[in-house]
Design a protein around this ligand. Structure first.
Ligand code: ADP
Length: 182
């Protein structure tokens, strides 16, 4: 959704693929101000969940409450939505959907370092191998706004952020032209 302040960028991917790391660097390097929303943290802070599942150590999100909370932020534009899923957002929200990918051995190590329970590491690792988040993004948004990027090392991180910065520059130019034509 083309808000007045800037684009709406969804950064998604299996937990551990580097969403927060990318979103933080992108917010620093973006040519227009971007507010980074870590959706998982927002869910916890604002109690936007139905319950906490001890076994899986995860929250069952109250999707209606979450969407109500996000709607005004998204309408204002200039935002990065950082979350491991993207299919619950309305399609019209997104200007760009970035799906981060990581080799599963590397991902396993990252999740182990987070002290996730084995079951949760396995589940996420399987999801990455099965391309669950990528499929979700492709089935929820037009192909031309979905970009799959590898996130296995710092060179990937830097190249990915530089690429998104270029995209923001051309998005901003197009939208300046659009608003001066109306
Ligand atoms: P997510 O937000 O997707 O769960 P994080 O951004 O928290 O993932 O990253 C998980 C871990 O992996 C962090 O320790 C981070 O430093 C590391 N990491 C993520 N992406 C990269 C990358 N491209 N290169 C090197 N380390 C990375």
């Amino acid at each position: 959704m083309s808000g007045a302040k800037g684009p709406v960028i969804i950064i998604t991917g299996t937990p551990g693929t580097g969403k927060t790391t990318h979103a933080q660097l992108l917010a620093e390097e973006s040519p227009v101000p971007l507010k980074h929303i870590n959706v998982g943290d927002l869910v916890k802070e604002k109690n936007l969940y139905e319950e906490y599942d001890e076994e899986w150590q995860s929250y069952t999100v109250d999707e209606d409450k979450l969407l109500d909370e996000l709607e005004p932020l998204v309408s204002a534009g200039g935002i990065i939505l950082d979350w491991h899923t993207c299919e619950i957002y309305p399609e019209r929200w997104a200007d760009l959907v970035v799906v981060l990918r990581c080799d599963h051995t590397e991902l396993w190590e990252r999740l182990e370092n987070r002290n996730y329970p084995l079951k949760k590491i396995q589940e996420n690792n399987d999801a990455e191998i099965m391309e669950v988040v990528l499929e979700e993004a492709r089935s929820s948004y037009p192909a031309e706004i979905v970009v799959e990027l590898r996130s296995e090392g710092t060179e990937d991180l830097e190249a990915n952020v530089a690429r998104i910065v270029q995209w923001i520059k051309s998005w901003t130019q197009d939208h300046q032209q659009e608003s001066s034509n109306t």
